[in-house]
Each structure stands twice: as C-alpha cells, then as structure tokens.
Design a protein around this ligand. Structure first.
Ligand SMILES: O=c1ccn([C@H]2C[C@H](O)[C@@H](CO)O2)c(=O)[nH]1
Ligand SMILES: [Zn+2]
Length: 147
C-alpha cells in the first residue's frame, strides 16, 4: 500500500478545488454550501458539491458526489479529500470547519485505507486540519468485516 506525506502544494490545490466546487452547491433549502475535492491514486482530482432536493432525503453530500463521480468512472483508490462548508453569505474566511457526516465517513471506509486516507478540513486555503479516516471513524465496519 502506497503511503506518502501529502505535499503542501497538493493540499492547497485540493482546498482550492474544494472551494471551487462549493460555489456550485445546490442548496435552496439549507443554504449550507459544501465543496469537496477527492484525490485519486495517480493524481486525478474529482470535485463534488452537495445537491439538495425538495423532498429533502434524496440530498447528496459534497463528499459522496465526489466519490460517486470517481467510482462511476472506474476509479476506486484514493489518497485524500479536502472539504469546505459554510452557510451561504458568510463572509469568506469566517466559516468554520465542516466535518463529514457519518454516511460519508462510511462511504470513505468502503474505498479508502483508514490508516492512510487523509481528510483535510479547511477554513481557508491556508487554515486547515488533517485527520486520518481512522481518527474520524474508529472501529468502523468495512468490506473485510463482511465474512
Ligand atoms: O460534510 C457535510 C455536511 C453536510 N453536507 C450537506 C448536506 C446538506 O445539503 C447540507 C446541510 O446538512 O450540507 C455535506 O454535503 N457535507
Ligand atoms: Zn455526508
């Protein structure tokens, strides 16, 4: 299993692309706009935004949008994801960190190594925190447990 520390320019590119995706969030009900940028093994980046629905429950999170875009193109190995999120109209730089919901953590668990997958939560392109999937989903249930 490939394991290497993310370079600063890669982290900042992911955060930049997460903000770019956030601008496309479809959030007429919550006004809470989320953007994600998912780094696939080999370097390709998949962007995703949250997409809400008048019936509420069909809403898809930004993280899962990014994962499902990649997986639907046959890409199933990933190294990192950057996530940004805040209420619309909050002045830039004043948002808080946006941790992924439980459902998205479980989707990450399906495709990512909990020990090495890096989850970058960002407030701005220079203000961020990095966690492993294992830190955010300890004792998770994954594909290997289904025996
Ligand atoms: O990590 C998160 C948390 C929330 N949301 C979305 C779902 C919904 O559209 C809105 C409010 O929960 O934010 C995400 O996309 N990702
Ligand atoms: Zn989610």
């Amino acid at each position: 299993m490939e394991e290497k520390k993310l370079e600063k320019n890669v982290i900042e590119d992911l955060i930049h692309q997460a903000f770019e995706a956030q601008a496309k969030a479809y959030v007429p009900y919550s006004q809470f706009a989320v953007g994600a940028a998912l780094l696939a093994r080999g370097g390709r980046i998949y962007q995703g935004c949250n997409i809400e629905n008048a019936s509420y429950t069909p809403t898809n999170c930004a993280e899962r949008t990014a994962f499902f875009k990649a997986v639907s193109e046959g890409i199933t190995e990933f190294d990192a994801i950057a996530i940004v999120g805040n209420k619309k109209f909050v002045p830039k730089g004043e948002g808080d960190y946006c941790p992924p919901c439980g459902v998205c953590r479980q989707v990450m668990r399906e495709f990512c190594n909990p020990e090495t997958f890096q989850i970058i939560l960002a407030k701005s392109e220079t203000e961020y925190r990095i966690y492993t999937l294992k830190e955010l989903l300890p004792l998770g249930f994954g594909p290997e447990d289904l025996i």
